[in-house]
Structure formats: C-alpha cells, structure tokens
Design a protein around this ligand. Structure first.
Ligand code: ZN
Length: 374
C-alpha cells in the first residue's frame, strides 16, 4: 500500500493548494496522451487516486486517522470506484470494442493503517493491549448480498449485463471508440431493485471494534505490524484487507533511544566523581548500580551492557549508556565552605593557575566530534 502523501510527493501538513499543485504537475507529466512510458498509466492512476482522497477534506481526515477510503468498489454509498473509471479510460482489457465485461460487486477490501502510541518500556520489551479499530465490516442485515432480504440483483437493461457502453470520443489521435462503464449499473452489469437499507447496497458498513494486539519487543517509531485480514471488509462480501498497526513511541522523561540503545544523563556529586562511587539508577527494568570511577569527569559515559531495548529481529538487547554530569556544589554552609577551602589549600589551588587543555581533550574538540568535523 503506497502512502498517498508519498505518491504526490508532499508533506503530511501540505495545504490544499500544495496538493493541487503537486497533482497538476504529476498529471501533466504522466497523462497517457503525453508520455509513451508504458508505466505512466498505472502511475497516473495511483497519483489520481491519492489526489482524489487528499483533495477532499473529509476523506483526507479519514485517511490521516488510519482509515482507507475509496478503493475497489468505491467509497461508501458510491458503489463505483475511481480506478474502474481510469481503467475504462486507459483501456485495460478493453481491446476490440468488445467491452471488458461487468465488474464484480465483490471486491477485496483495502488494507487499513492505524497508529498506536506506546510508552518506551512497551516498545523496548513488548506487551499486549487492546486497540479500537474503525473499519468496514460485513453488513449485518444483508450479509453482503447488498439486497433487501428476499430480493436479488437484476440484469441491467441499458448494457444488458455487459457493464459497459460504447462511445465515440475525439482525442489527440482522432475519433476513437471507447468503452465506458454503463452509467446506469456503474459497470456491474446488474442493478439492485431494492438495495439493503442499512448499507445502501454496499454490503458493508463502518463499525468500531476492539482488537487485542501483541506489541513485539524492540519495536520503534515507524515499525508496522501486519495483521492479516483485519483491515477493511470488501464490498458485497469481499474478503478483508490487512490491518497495519504503526507504532509511535512516546518520548520518555528520562531515557532517549538510539536504535536499541538507551541514553540518559546521571548527575553525580563532585565528591563522588572525585572519590569514586556506586550510584543506584532506576532503569526501565529495575535498579542498576552505575560504577563511577575515582576521578571521573563530566561527560564520561558508563555503559551498562544489555540494559537497553530488546532487539526486534534477534536475541539480546542494546546497551544503556549513562553520561555522567558532575554537579558542583552550591549553597555551601560555613562548615562545608571551610572544608573546601582547606582542600584547596592542601592542593595548592587557592589561586589556581588557569590551564588550557590540549585541543584533543577539550570541550571544543568534543563539540567538533559531535557535529561530525575532525
Ligand atoms: Zn446491507
């Protein structure tokens, strides 16, 4: 399933005007009257489908929520899909003026996409949860027959069940005979004398349902979980598409994630940094001791092996990288100040000589490394 925004090459917050402009540009390039590229027809269809959805505020909102509007058989209550019209225009299977035969009302449903917010711990270690899914389901009244109980579809009088009618049109190539979907039966070859009232003859209705899903350990923002046959049910009893659950990880107040490694900053008292210490740290899965070596410097990283997120596709875990931040004491009371003055005297640092670090140790070189220079 291609993302409609990607298809048009616009960002998700693109304005209606941006979308229109992008569509016009692509349509000019891909229109089958203009290009001889054999793939252009398919691309043009794809682009037009994306535009059809994104140019309609309701459909776009539905798409952004994870629904999949349109598709074979068309949007709800419409009964006829855009792609069928495009097929008719660009002659898929329509050679020799013989028409392409009626379109089945029964079509496979679209895949659906739903985004789920998860906490860092759930993403790192997995879990189970219930989500609410909003998709098309089989119409409970007609069970997908599209007709009121006791009635059935009848052959269309206009196209005599062919689903298409012939028409002569002028084009760049002169007069061309084209076959177009029958406007009366919308290409189905049959009409519904008494369409089901609940689904207006679509054979499916929208419904919200709870679904229990398992979040695998190690997922990250953007990971998609595929659930077979949990997407939109097709028209007229057609099989459902798949459901994709896209993970979105909520930011954590303490830990950030880099791949499967977790990063955090630990504030260490100046004395502990000087003397060395073992400092307890609440991780996502229990308390761990962070060993601070005597003489530890601010910015040093202590690695806790295998304490990061689980790997999604293999055994084992990432690491937890703890960056030390040395806290200089503030608000000294008299006794503490006296002690520090004594220390400074003993160390000969009462009037310390300022000392420049060699370039490769200094803060600036660290910054350079971080920003990719050398
Ligand atoms: Zn129905």
């Amino acid at each position: 399933m291609s993302d409609y925004y990607d298809v048009l090459g616009v960002s998700r917050d693109a304005s209606a005007e941006d979308i229109k402009r992008a569509y016009r540009k692509l349509a000019r390039k891909l229109h089958p009257d203009v290009t001889s590229d054999p793939d252009a027809g398919d691309r043009f269809k794809e682009v037009s489908q994306a535009y059809e959805t994104l140019s309609n505020p309701d459909k776009r909102a539905q798409y952004d929520r994870g629904g999949a509007p349109g598709g074979p058989g068309g949007g709800f209550g419409q009964g006829f899909g855009f792609s069928d019209i495009m097929d008719a225009f660009f002659g898929q299977g329509g050679a020799g003026g013989g028409g392409r035969g009626p379109v089945s009302r029964t079509q496979r449903g679209q895949d659906a996409l739903i985004r789920v917010d998860v906490d860092l711990a759930e993403a790192a270690f997995g879990g189970e949860r219930q989500i609410q899914v909003d998709t098309a389901v089989l119409c409970p009244t007609c069970k997908g027959t599209c007709c009121q109980p006791g009635t059935e579809p009848a052959t269309c009088d206009i196209c005599h069940g062919q689903g298409s009618v012939q028409r002569v049109v002028r084009s760049l190539l002169g007069q061309v005979m084209t076959s177009q979907p029958c406007p009366t039966c919308h290409g189905f070859g049959t009409v519904l004398p008494s369409p089901c009232l609940e689904c207006t003859g679509e054979g499916r209705v929208r419904a919200r349902r709870p679904l229990n899903i398992r979040i695998p350990a190690g997922v990250d923002t953007g990971t998609r979980i595929q659930l077979a046959a949990q997407g939109e049910v097709g028209t007229a009893g057609g099989p459902p598409g798949d459901l994709y659950v896209e993970i979105h990880e909520r930011p954590h107040p303490v830990f950030t994630r880099r791949g499967d490694d977790l990063l955090c900053t630990l504030e260490v008292p100046m004395t502990a940094a000087a003397l060395g210490a073992s400092i307890p740290l609440e991780t996502l899965d229990g308390t761990e001791e962070v060993d601070v070596r005597p003489g530890a410097q601010g910015g040093e990283v202590v690695t806790l092996k295998q304490k990061g997120a689980e790997h999604l596709r293999s055994a084992g875990r990432g690491d937890l990288l703890v960056t030390l931040e040395v806290a200089t004491p503030r608000d000294l009371d008299d006794e503490q100040e006296e002690l520090l003055r004594r220390l400074a005297e003993v160390r000969g640092e009462v009037r310390p000589a300022g000392k420049l670090s060699p370039a490769h140790h200094g803060v600036f070189s660290k910054l350079r490394e971080r920003f990719g220079g050398r």
